[in-house]
Design a binder for this molecule. Sequence first.
Ligand code: ADP
Ligand code: ZN
Ligand code: ZN
Length: 748
Amino acid sequence: MSNVFVRVAIDQPMSVLFDYRYSLPIPPAIGALVQVPFGRRDVVGLICEVAASSDVPAAKLRDVTGICDACPPLSAQWLALAAFAADYYQRGLGEVALPALPQALRDASRWARLFAVDEHFRLLPAGRAELPDALPPRATALRRLAEALAAHPSLGVSDARALHPKASATFDDWLARGWIERAAPGDHALAPETSAPPTGAALLPQLTDEQREAVDAIAAARGFAPFLLHGVTGSGKTEVYLHTLAALLAARANAQALVLVPEINLTPQFEAAFRARFASLAPGSIVTMHSGLAEGERARNWLAAHTGSARIVLGTRLAILASMPDLAIIVVDEEHDPAYKQQEGLRYSARDLAVYRAKQLEIPVVLGSATPSLETWWQAEQGRYARLTLTRRAVADAALPSVRLIDLEEERQRGRASVEGLSGPLIAALKSRLEHGEQSLVFLNRRGYAPILSCDACGWVAGCPRCSAYAVLHKPERVLRCHHCGWESRIPKACPECGNVDIAPMGRGTQRVEETLASVVPGARVLRIDADSTRRKGSAQALFSNVHAGEVDILVGTQMIAKGHDFRRVTLVGVLNADTALFSHDFRASERLFAQLTQVSGRAGRAGLPGEVLIQTRYARHALYLALSRQDYVGFANATLAERRDARLPPFVYQAMLRAEGRTLEAAIAFLEEAAAAFAPLHGAERVTVYDAVPLTIVKVFNVHRAQLLLESGSRAALQSALRAWQPVLRSLKGVLRWNVEVDPLDV
Ligand code: ADP
Ligand code: ZN
Ligand code: ZN
């Protein structure tokens, strides 16, 4: 009797594949999803090999219980990408491949429904005439359903459900009334919700010479071609992407493009631009992929990419592992953004994987930024990435804003008062913008009302009982809240230590600045955007549209307002409290600060009105601020790279971090020390420097103590091979709650 066996990747913290007997009628294929028993559960796995024999004793072998034949197998190339990521980031293949799939595919009980051919309906003339009037006035979901039916030749039930949860019952009802009929599932995908304007060539902006050169260079590329698109804020990088994609998609019938953006809040702006520009593509050709999508939508978008019906995938970092059989170009916008680094589970860099994937597929990859990461800049300096430079803003007459430093020390010496941390010049500038009907933006990277609540009399400070951190005062919500673990308590009326009723907030967060602005700039409509004001789903979008609609005079917020948004009416940006990052122990802090301040400054003066940036600082002569005020990224980058080279820091060396979490700090440190001792004899370890185990800056979070061990080497290969050999050793060590290895850590 002929036997078939399959080796299956499963989402387990082990790097091995699991053998199963295969006796289903459908032949097994590499890359197919299967259902297999694992322990006492059934799990979904991925076939990685098909074999005629197995080393596992027959008595121990179990059977594959199901195969998802409706889903085309994942390609060998996709599996190779997952295998590379697993290897590079020190994980098992299954731990990488399975979490990269949408949840609905990883649950065999949902396969049938996911792939069921949708029942389709079409609006009849009677329905067209009667339905609009028959709907109750406030039934918005029903109305959307009726409008979708009217707008499309036919509508599938699964698309309809996204508009109205009871769509299928509703259709039964409308069917009975003779308003709709069953239809063939021809044109089943929903067209974009945003109605696209006509896209005559006349409406497209004329590319600037610099943009044209960039588009031409990318179009001329053959094979693996990494580009750094270094363009100042407002230089029209998006337009370069749009033109590049338009040329590519027109030239090749099946070609697919992947566009990554750092933040979910930026997807709507990009999506609208792409939908408008590519309105002529078949409906369903543009899909988004990010963590904000409902599960069903996520699965359908993933499948659209996987089957090739989606031509453009627009997503956040997780989209880098999307299956795209005809992927022809990858764009990583704001490539420097730390959000491209996944901080849990598989700690990958989507930007780095994008470059790897482009190399694997021999396609171009475009990394865009006004302030490229120093890793990328260094690649360009060495000539490994081709540099495309946009030095000017694209909109005619729009210049980069002027940057002015407000020396708080000098202000104080001259006896010019600040009001609650807002300097005289900044307040004056805000008032003048208000008079001219222009918008201002006030940036500070600290949310809440005040970071510290303390008692003058005895020195008590409100802290989180579970973390080694202060509890942040949140005034509107009337709580003390820990930003590390979420702990909350009511604000005490008096000092819990000494009874003093004069406990006072120290320092400032966005809520406090919002309050101050309302009083020092009378009549201004102030809006705050930060993680607290946008907690509800969709609220960020609503707040941003208020800004775009001109219903806001002063926008105050954290880095959420700094990134990528094309605010047309902002002419003033004020920066508060940036100094703390100048003296961080993290060697990347200044790079991040420069990028962040450039980004936020870049929101000013985008549409032709002159923009101004005022940075309040106590260190007005600091080199970083001076470079910033000269808009001198290149000078800053090269000086910082020289420092990194002298100090032997990345990108001149490669790093990895072992982090451990224990019930006590001693346990975490002991684990790391044992691990370090076990590392020394490994192959490649002689070329790796192992530093001392140290506690994290915030050592305790949620009652767990954290410490880390840094490894560093001039040889990536030596580091990789030693890390690989280390894995089984680490797994055998005991004494901590959790540990993980991070390759190329961003926070050191
Ligand atoms: P970046 O991403 O480089 O900061 P954007 O892509 O957001 O810049 O473009 C900035 C603004 O310039 C947008 O409003 C965009 O519509 C406009 N723009 C881009 N290219 C052109 C062009 N060639 N002519 C006129 N306006 C342009
Ligand atoms: Zn006290
Ligand atoms: Zn806490």
